[in-house]
Design a protein around this ligand. Structure first.
Ligand code: DUC
Ligand code: ZN
Length: 457
């Protein structure tokens, strides 16, 4: 099967050009100013932008958390991802404490295999650290799991500073990489106890119990632990000026730190938690939404290269699930949906708004994720020999986000009413037309991606 994308603006992280792209079966075969291929199906791309398929390296599908399970599983989450131009997700396999990594990996394969619309891989969560977990690391790498996650908060997940240090040192030996959730658990617990004692139990208390300095403290501590372990590290869902200051200081000392942020921290602020009628619950996530000044700084950090990736932390709950925390904000399941709207939001409020270039968008959503997460050479760019994962974007389209129009399994959307500049006309997954004008054509075409070691840059 051959498809010829004629006269497209081909967008890559390093540069854009106008030309033709010939796809043969699942791969990009040729990119030239003009290609003749009589047996190819021609797609006229005049006036359209051709982006590399986006990679979302931070999703939580089918995750049991806070006495419930996320609303999106791999079927609905994968479908939503693809519809939004994300052709690859990397989800977090998550064994419980006491279970082996292999058990967690097998479980995540059962959740995802044969029922995911986009391609997918898994990070492994290290929520235990002992000799048998340590001994499992090579088997994880052999099965294509080359990146790991650790938590400095959440009792069910955190492993302590000493274990984080040992794990980072161990992963470094193999060339593997860890992303770390940075918040100070002890201070958050103390602040929650105060709010409970004062009877202040509405969603408005949520950001007050997780202030920016609890994140910055944990980022600073992690970076010192990583320096001691002489290991590179990723700070996931980074939200604020204070955390970026810690990162800047570590980099000034020569440390390798990669930074991820998410659309919710760029586009929403903590005033959402004070909305009436328990609507603040919709925005409960950890770390919480911050101040407009933090948003402005994050945009600046995207543009100047301080932040390398934008992923979603997609962790969706329905309104009735969020109701579990009415009367006690600590029982609101934490997380927001995002996988379906990331590309168009980042195009609209980044590229169209003049905050970042379209090449930077391709870098943040595709190329850097491919490099960091062991997919470069296959994913992340429109380049000969790469998978033909493509987004055909019409920059002249316009629409408004409404939850009712989305396929993610959630009955609200944090970006309800946001005006989008442009629209996704089509998405191709490994050369197959998979989304057309918002319709997902294939539900289970995704393949498991056995990932290589991170390509550090
Ligand atoms: N934060 C959330 O809000 N949800 C899922 C996990 C996380 O770190
Ligand atoms: Zn997460």
């Amino acid at each position: 099967m051959k498809t010829l994308f004629r006269n497209a603006v081909i967008v890559n992280a390093d540069c854009s050009r106008t030309g033709d792209v010939l796809v043969c079966n699942d791969k990009i075969k040729l990119i030239e100013d003009h290609i003749e291929s009589p047996d190819a199906q021609v797609v006229d791309c005049t006036g359209l932008l051709l982006f590399p398929g986006a990679i979302d390296a931070h999703t939580h599908f089918d995750l049991d958390v806070a006495n419930t399970t996320t609303a999106d599983d791999f079927l609905t989450g994968g479908r939503a991802a693809l519809r939004g131009g994300t052709t690859t997700v990397i989800d977090f396999a998550c064994p419980n404490k006491g279970e082996s990594l292999q058990y967690g990996l097998d479980l995540w394969h059962k959740k995802a295999d044969g029922r995911t619309a986009c391609d997918y891989g898994f990070h492994m969560t290290l929520d235990d650290w002992n000799t048998s977990i340590r001994a499992e690391i090579p088997a994880m790498l052999a099965q294509g799991v080359s990146t790991f996650k650790m938590y400095l908060t959440y009792p069910a997940m955190m492993i302590g500073d000493g274990a984080v240090f040992q794990a980072l040192r161990e992963l470094k030996q193999y060339g593997a990489l860890a992303g770390v959730h940075c918040e100070n658990a002890g201070i958050i617990d103390a602040l929650i106890a105060e709010k409970k004692a004062a009877g202040e139990l509405s969603p408005a208390s949520h950001p007050l119990c997780r202030p920016d300095l609890t994140e910055a403290e944990a980022v600073g501590r992690l970076l010192k632990i990583a320096a001691l372990a002489d290991a590179p590290v990723v700070t996931v869902h980074t939200t604020c000026v204070a955390a970026l200051c810690e990162i800047e200081a570590a980099r000034a000392l020569g440390q390798k730190v990669y930074v991820e942020t998410c659309p919710q921290y760029l586009l929403l602020d903590d005033s959402c938690y004070s909305l009436p009628d328990f609507r603040g619950a919709r925005y409960v996530c950890a770390p919480p939404l911050r101040k407009p000044a933090d948003q402005a700084r994050l945009w600046e950090a995207l543009a100047n290269g301080e932040i390398q990736t934008v992923n979603t932390d997609h962790c969706s709950f329905t309104l009735s699930q969020k109701e579990m925390g009415r009367g006690d904000f600590t029982k609101i399941p934490g997380g927001v949906p995002g996988v379906e709207t990331r590309f168009e939001l980042m195009y609209s409020f980044g590229v169209a708004a003049g905050r970042i270039t379209k090449e930077k968008l391709a870098e943040l959503l595709s190329a850097n994720n491919a490099k960091l997460y062991g997919l470069w050479g296959r994913k992340g760019a429109i380049q000969e020999g790469f998978d033909a994962d493509l987004i055909l974007y019409d920059p002249k389209g316009k629409h408004t986000i409404h939850a009712k129009d989305l396929v993610t399994n959630v009955d609200y959307n944090p970006y309800e009413g946001f005006q989008i500049s442009g629209s996704i006309r089509r998405v191709y997954l490994r050369g197959r037309l998979s989304v057309e004008e918002g319709k997902v054509l294939e539900d289970n075409g995704g393949q498991y991606l056995s990932r290589d070691l991170p390509l550090l840059f």
